[in-house]
Design a protein around this ligand. Structure first.
Ligand SMILES: [Zn+2]
Length: 670
């Protein structure tokens, strides 16, 4: 072969420049996003240290300082951030006391007054600033009654117990604490204390020597049963807006009916020694007194935007909350550190010439701990815009608490999550991908569903019908919502090298990049159809027993499966032209919306999604077909013909929603 001439070399070089240099394909940037020069575990650690320096409950000065840190770090990542502020109703403790009257063997009685203090362990200089332990939105009051043990406080735990007039002692760990209080109230209890049982949260050694909860540790948290600011149900808490009075809020029934307090393992143990047979009620008598104050406080969501180049009016939204009950190293600032890491990496990509096809919005929410308030008010404020423009919402809350990847999502995102998990190394076993470790774990690669009200995705999925995902490394961790969830815990036990943070930023960020840059939205609705089929099959036996016809549901799911296959073929066959591509993408985006119904679930109308919602008896639990589930539950209690007919009606309702989703995917008018 003759030697190439200089002119030829120049031509080849110019051609390659033309081909590759001015606008590399998105895939080039996505690979760069995952590369090690782009990730920065030291900066993650430093951000987490800054964010968790002081306790920063919603409405506090320390939380405003944390907001400015997020604002300035978004700004240094060229995000042009802004603050979306709301005025919302928050509560704080003013007075708490708990005492136990125990009949002694002799005629004398003894009284134990509990200190309700968490011991300062380790060397955190701001331990004094932690809010006294309490339940947000707890009812104020002074109540006395025999102590009665009700295990985890689930509906089934109260069966056969007479707790009327008693102060219930329940342990944390199976259901949402607000539902424990509600369940106790409904069976006539006058007050509730919820303790952290060592069997669930303790170990041989405890923090700061090991990861386990110390005996004096207390899990605080909210006991409100609704979402968003209680005084503005369904609309945004903007300054000067309409607000419900305290009486109207109470009448809505989402506020607890009796006072409650969270207590430590040590205090719980002392109380339980005074109940007969370990259950009671009595003879130990508990006196619980709580006074809270309600404050109209300003909260700040920090919003950063990277405008899309070709479709600026399509939004890929990434969110995490910032407010914490205490220091919040796991909950939620591991997620905040991940969000800031993603912002930095996206900035580096932009400096290399990357421009996203669609707009990416980064949101740092406030007052999540109270009732998912920051995200809910923002979604209520922007409902129409989000309903017509949001492609997906990606959430990180307790992003890192240990090893092991987990994800929950609406099912059209399942394939994308798996694809991305295959491209990122497992930080705890770098010889394999996160996906390989995940499918070999106890969880065996199963993706959970987003019906619950456990984090900020709730409004996006359940109120508007936006596809969403939540992901993390770890899972439940023992010092949750206690004063020991601090930087030291994270550095010693949660993620000593901060490589799990790096990995979750890679997965979450790459999911966002694919949603923002892929020509066709990477949604696969065949997974949705097969998930729905499984849920329908779970209903089959019980429905048959009550002569309820589920064939409309089965038929609608079959149609969805066909429509999903058809749109996949359409994508593969290569639709040409920007407007045609956009039309296909709109169908993929809007199909999830079709699963919502403007009337919402009966009796809890804020929840518009008919396929995924929280269980009525456990806000942490996710239910498929929540309307059907509510109706079955009601029919089992009232046992009337009409109540079973209502189950049939709910089957029809969800079938119609699924049919609408198929029509949207097909893009055909009938
Ligand atoms: Zn959280």
């Amino acid at each position: 072969m003759p030697k190439p001439t200089a002119a030829l070399v120049f031509l080849i070089a110019a051609f390659s420049y033309f081909l590759f240099s001015p606008s590399p394909k998105p895939h080039y940037y996505h690979t760069l996003f995952l590369s090690s020069p782009f990730s920065d575990n030291a900066s993650i650690a430093s951000n987490l240290r800054t964010l968790t320096r002081r306790p920063h409950v919603a409405g506090s000065l320390a939380n405003a300082e944390a907001a400015s840190h997020v604002l300035s770090s978004f700004a240094s990542s060229s995000l042009k951030p802004r603050v979306a502020a709301y005025k919302v109703s928050l509560t704080y403790p003013v007075h708490r006391s708990l005492s136990l009257l125990t009949p002694k063997a002799s005629s004398s009685k003894s009284i134990i007054a509990f200190s309700l203090e968490q011991k300062h362990l380790g060397d955190n200089p701001y331990a004094d600033e932690v809010t006294p332990t309490f339940h947000a939105y707890a009812k104020s009051g002074d109540v006395s009654g025999p102590a009665a043990y009700a295990n985890y406080g689930r509906v089934e735990d109260f069966v056969g117990l007479n707790v009327s007039g008693a102060v219930v002692v329940a342990r944390y760990g199976k259901i949402y604490r607000g539902d424990i209080v509600k369940n106790a109230y409904e069976v006539g209890a006058v007050g509730v204390v919820i303790y952290t049982d060592e069997r669930d949260y303790g170990g041989e050694e405890c923090f700061p020597e090991s990861r386990w909860m110390p005996p004096s540790g207390v899990q605080v948290g909210t006991v409100y049963n609704g979402l968003g600011d209680p005084t503005t149900p369904g609309w945004a808490s903007v300054d000067g807006c309409e607000r419900l009075s305290e009486e109207s809020v109470e009448l809505r029934g989402d506020s607890p009916g009796i006072p409650s307090l969270p207590i430590s393992a040590a205090d719980g143990e002392v109380i339980l020694k005074t109940v007969v047979g370990g259950v009671g009620p009595g003879p130990g008598i508990l006196n619980l007194s709580y006074v809270g104050k309600t404050v109209l406080a300003e909260i700040e969501n920090v919003i950063g935007v990277i405008k899309g180049e070709e479709e600026p009016d399509r939004y890929v939204i990434l969110g995490n909350h910032r407010d914490a009950w205490t220091f919040g190293a796991v909950d939620p600032n591991s997620g905040t550190a991940v969000l800031l890491e993603i912002a930095q990496r996206l900035d580096k990509l932009q400096k290399r010439g990357w421009k996203p096809r669609r707009t990416i919005i980064l949101c740092n929410w406030d007052a999540e701990e109270y009732a998912l308030i920051g995200s809910t008010e923002w979604v209520e404020d922007n409902r129409q815009m989000l309903a017509s423009r949001a492609v997906a919402y990606l959430n990180a809350d307790c992003a890192v608490s240990g090893p092991g990847f987990r994800a929950s999502a609406t099912p059209q995102l399942d394939d994308l999550i798996k694809q991305v998990a295959k491209e990122v190394r497992d930080p705890d076993n770098t010889t394999q991908s996160i996906y390989e470790s995940w499918i070999r774990s106890n969880n065996s690669g199963v993706i959970g569903r987003l019906g619950s009200g456990a984090s900020d995705y709730a409004s996006f999925v359940q109120h508007v019908g936006i596809p969403a995902v939540d992901m993390l490394f770890g899972g439940g961790y023992p010092v949750y919502h206690s004063m020991y969830d601090d930087f030291t815990w994270m550095e010693k036990f949660g993620d000593p090298m901060f490589q799990r943070h790096v990995a979750i930023a890679s997965v979450l960020g790459l999911v966002a990049l694919r949603l923002a840059d892929d020509e066709f939205l990477p949604f696969n609705y065949t997974s949705y159809a097969s998930e729905l089929k499984k849920s329908a099959e779970d209903l089959e036996e019980e429905m048959l027993a009550h002569s309820i016809d589920i064939s409309p549901l089965i038929k609608s799911i079959q149609d969805l499966s066909t429509a999903a296959q058809e749109i996949n073929i359409e994508k593969e066959e290569g639709v040409k032209g920007a407007l045609r591509v956009r039309e296909v993408n709109d169908r993929l985006m809007m199909a999830e919306r079709a699963l919502t119904d403007r009337d919402g679930l009966s009796g809890r109308t804020w929840y518009k999604h008919l396929v995924y919602g929280p269980s009525k008896y456990d806000d942490y639990g996710s239910k498929s077909f929540p309307g059907v589930d509510d109706a079955i539950d009601n029919a089992k209690r009232v046992k009337t013909k009409a109540s079973w007919e209502h189950v049939q009606h709910e089957i029809w309702r969800v079938s119609r929603a699924i049919r609408h989703a198929s029509l949207v995917l097909k893009g055909e008018l009938r």
